[in-house]
Design a protein around this ligand. Structure first.
Ligand code: ACO
Length: 298
């Protein structure tokens, strides 16, 4: 995190604020030999009263007492950081490197919440291959999305593609092609597509359910399924559940040799991203750059 923060400042991408124990951060920075004096906020010693009060205001009807709110902001940097960005004291928040994904994600969901036009967030990965880019969702959040949730995830992935100046062509994936296998599982993406086709706000081509090769191989799509709304191979893939999404993007990244940026937490009310444990400095810098662009657009 310290090396990523250094790069962000050095490259003029952002002014990082590091949350954590001041002495540890200062001694690690010195050990790394970095000529860097980052702004540090230590929730353990900072004046957290205003933050505790704000957390209490937000969560008072969710069973969080004043003293619990005080404890949470002082002891859990995920709550401190979430309140920081919710109050506008920071423009974006990145967390997760040293936490379980779920425990880092829950505080921002509770404090920052979703953007006004959505009820669900989704983890989007942008995968860059030699000659194409693919956006995958949901790769990190919703375990077993309903058709309505899949429809929202579709909006998120399309919007994320547009943030990168890519015109979205979205496929909802399954192991059947347009009703070739009919059961509860294949019905989910099929029902989501029906909802999206009835939705007047959808201004991008979207279709399914379809198999992954149908989605990405132009000939299959245009020869066998020429009725499909997609006029070219999909560049946004919506997976039917979290197992498929998480496994799918990792296989594409590791075996397909793609560069991955993510998980971009789409649908939040403020730019918040939860890094995965084991992510490298470049992953953190990339995701922070996405958050900066997001914050500048607001
Ligand atoms: N989108 C937006 N908000 C949500 C979502 C969602 N998908 N899910 C839950 N929330 C909100 C709830 O509305 C609730 O808000 P409220 O308290 O104001 O009412 C808050 O988040 C907490 O919800 P809970 O139901 O108490 O939390 P839950 O225990 O279900 O946790 C979570 C939600 C963390 C998203 C959970 O579904 C989860 O763990 N998802 C999977 C994460 C995961 O394991 N990913 C694996 C990939 S990470 C990797 O690759 C290492």
């Amino acid at each position: 995190m310290i090396r990523a923060a250094y790069q962000l400042q050095d490259q003029g991408i952002a002014d990082p604020v590091l949350l954590g124990d001041r002495d540890t951060i200062e001694s690690l920075t010195a050990d790394l030999g970095l000529d860097f004096e980052p702004e540090v906020v230590d929730p353990d010693t900072a004046d957290t009263e205003a933050y505790a009060e704000r957390l209490h205001e937000i969560r008072e009807r969710k069973g969080v007492t004043r003293s619990e709110a005080a404890e949470l902001v002082a002891r859990d940097s995920n709550y401190y950081g979430s309140v920081m960005v919710e109050r506008g004291d920071a423009d974006a928040f990145l967390t997760g490197l040293t936490h379980h994904y779920s425990s880092a994600l829950r505080p921002p969901l509770q404090v920052v919440g979703t953007a006004p036009d959505t009820d669900y967030v989704a983890g989007v990965y942008m995968l860059t291959f030699k000659n194409r880019v693919i956006f995958c969702a949901d790769t990190t959040v919703n375990l077993d999305p309903t058709p309505a949730q899949l429809a929202e995830i579709t909006h998120h992935v399309a919007e994320t593609a547009r943030q990168f100046d890519v015109d979205p062509r979205v496929a909802l994936l399954s192991y059947s092609d347009f009703g070739s296998v009919e059961n509860e599982g294949t019905a989910k993406p099929r029902d989501a597509v029906s909802m999206l086709h009835d939705d007047p706000t959808v201004d991008f081509p979207v279709d399914g359910e379809m198999q992954a090769d149908t989605a990405v191989v132009e000939d299959i799509l245009t020869d066998t399924y020429d009725f499909a709304e997609l006029d070219g191979p999909a560049n946004c893939l919506v997976f039917p559940n979290l197992e498929a999404g998480n496994i799918g993007y990792k296989l594409l990244q590791r075996l397909g040799g793609a560069d991955a940026i993510g998980p971009i937490l789409a649908g939040m009310d403020e730019p918040v991203h939860v890094i995965q444990r084991g992510d490298e400095v470049k992953d953190i810098v990339n995701l922070a750059a996405v958050a900066v662009v997001d914050a500048q657009e607001e």
